[in-house]
Write a protein that binds this ligand. Structure first.
Ligand code: GAL
Length: 461
């Protein structure tokens, strides 16, 4: 009997500890005044895209192959067998699309350059493609739009994938070579660089869940790929900093932060599922950037130790991509240990997650511990009906402003995304765009809900 009481006591103490340490923040929006959001003078506004999602004709990368392949059961990889194809034809429409940026009133544009187009074969750089990006960059600058260039946003050239991609640490040198080449060409004009977009999403989706290329389901390999991407960031950062214009450039990593909250706050198994997910998804990068250390030991699944003190703070800014949190519920099933559940009073987005502005505030509180300026490099909502976008925009931006008022150095915000585009495994069904795109004729139309963003930009200073 005494032993039973003892176990109950221990259980209660552990649960109380978790509850206190990881509260699920909720604000009372009925009493919050989120009208008239004033920002510091130098705060900047932007929108973001990525090459494969908007440019069209990306036919030499791993995603093209993935879109044109089937799984073991013969089923297509992308929802309804959609292909990225011509996408928004941003390649040819970038001048009109710059007008769209200007109409929003943003001063910044985050875009990626497509490695597989620039270096179609190992060591062979395509001059016409390099010229295209030069034209695009100059055009943006001429129109007073500051570019933030992402060097890697999910896609690899096929030749790099054939060599094993980021599964092999020794392949980082190929990516470094690409980065150095483009930096030497564009760094005179481009002052802001994002190295790797979302190492955790790339590795978890591609190597754990298996719905991104290469479709593997191997937790240990997922962790190795994640680590290699972090190392790639550090090495690229160090190399570019040594180059001409390196000193005057701002170079940072972009990480997605997602909170894992337990479906039942009294259930120890739910808590374990959350803490383990957080370790692999979030803490791994945080500890790498903050202490230069990776330490993961999940018996039977992942064992990974890595240390490089040089990695500590080797980033000029922290690019934070934030969308939402998820609730995990543990289940006894040998194939899947937990499932996502959604609190019934919360509003869903069209993606499998809810609107949760408090989460952006929480994410910023955590990121600030790295001690670097923060830039919100992505934040947005998939909302086909356009009946939640307005609320989403105001509340998330309010949450960001609240952190700034409390003294956190958040320098800018990029809305994801400028216009509807190819949303990876979801194809074209997810409508994240400020502008609606008619893919029959490439017409773009500002959504009503997006006007809230313009309004906030106007009232912000
Ligand atoms: C991010 C990704 C973007 C975009 C966005 C919306 O993870 O970087 O490319 O797809 O999600 O889901």
């Amino acid at each position: 009997m005494i032993l039973l009481y003892f176990f109950i006591l221990i259980y209660v103490v552990i649960i109380a500890y978790f509850n206190l340490k990881y509260p699920e923040l909720r604000w009372n929006w009925d009493i919050i005044n989120d009208s008239n959001l004033k920002f510091p003078k130098n705060f900047f506004w932007g929108t973001a895209t990525a090459a494969h999602q908007v440019e069209g004709n990306c036919e030499n990368n791993n995603w093209y192959d993935w879109e044109n392949s089937v799984d073991k059961k013969g089923l297509p990889r992308i929802k309804d067998n959609q292909k990225s194809g011509i996408a928004c034809d941003h390649w040819n429409n970038y001048k009109q699309d710059t007008e769209l940026l200007k109409k929003l009133g943003v001063s910044h544009y985050r875009l990626s350059i497509e490695w597989s187009k620039i270096e179609p074969q190992q060591g062979e750089f395509d001059q016409s493609v390099l010229n295209h990006y030069s034209d695009l960059i100059s055009y943006l600058i001429k129109n007073n739009i500051t570019p933030y260039i992402t060097l890697h946003h999910f896609t690899n050239p096929l030749w790099f994938d054939k060599l094993g991609g980021f599964e092999k640490k020794s392949n980082i040198k190929y990516f470094k070579n690409f980065c150095k080449t483009v930096f030497s060409i564009y760094s005179k004009e481009v002052k802001n660089w994002c190295t790797i977009n979302e190492p955790e999403v790339y590795s978890v989706m591609g190597y754990f869940i298996g719905i991104f290329p290469p479709g593997k389901k191997n937790p240990q390999l997922a962790a190795i790929v994640h680590r290699n991407l972090l190392i790639a960031h550090t090495e690229v950062y160090q190399e570019l900093k040594k180059m001409k214009n390196g000193d005057s450039s701002s170079i940072g990593i972009v990480k997605n932060v997602m909170q894992f909250d337990p479906a039942r706050r009294w259930n120890l198994f739910d808590w374990i599922a959350c803490r383990v997910s957080d370790l692999v998804y979030n803490e791994m990068s945080f500890s790498y950037l903050k202490y230069g250390k990776i330490k993961i030991n999940i018996p039977f699944f992942i064992k990974l130790f890595y240390e490089d003190k040089q990695a500590m703070k080797a980033t000029d800014f922290f690019g934070l991509n934030y969308y939402s949190h998820i609730h995990l519920k543990f289940k006894f099933d040998k194939h899947e240990f937990f499932e996502n559940v959604y609190p019934k009073n919360d509003t869903m987005t069209d993606m499998e997650y809810t609107i949760y502005p408090e989460g952006l505030y929480r994410a910023i509180q955590r990121v600030k511990l790295i001690g670097k300026p923060i830039i919100i490099t992505e934040n947005g909502i998939a909302d086909k009906k356009d009946d939640r976008r307005k609320l989403f925009i105001r509340r998330y931006i309010y949450a960001m402003l609240r952190s700034i008022k409390e003294g956190v150095n958040v320098k800018g915000y990029f809305y994801w995304t400028l216009m509807d585009n190819f949303e990876w495994a979801e194809g074209y069904d997810m409508k994240f765009g400020l502008y609606k795109v008619d893919f029959e004729n490439q017409e773009r139309k500002l959504r009503d809900g997006s006007k809230e963003y313009i309004k906030i930009i106007n009232e912000s200073n």
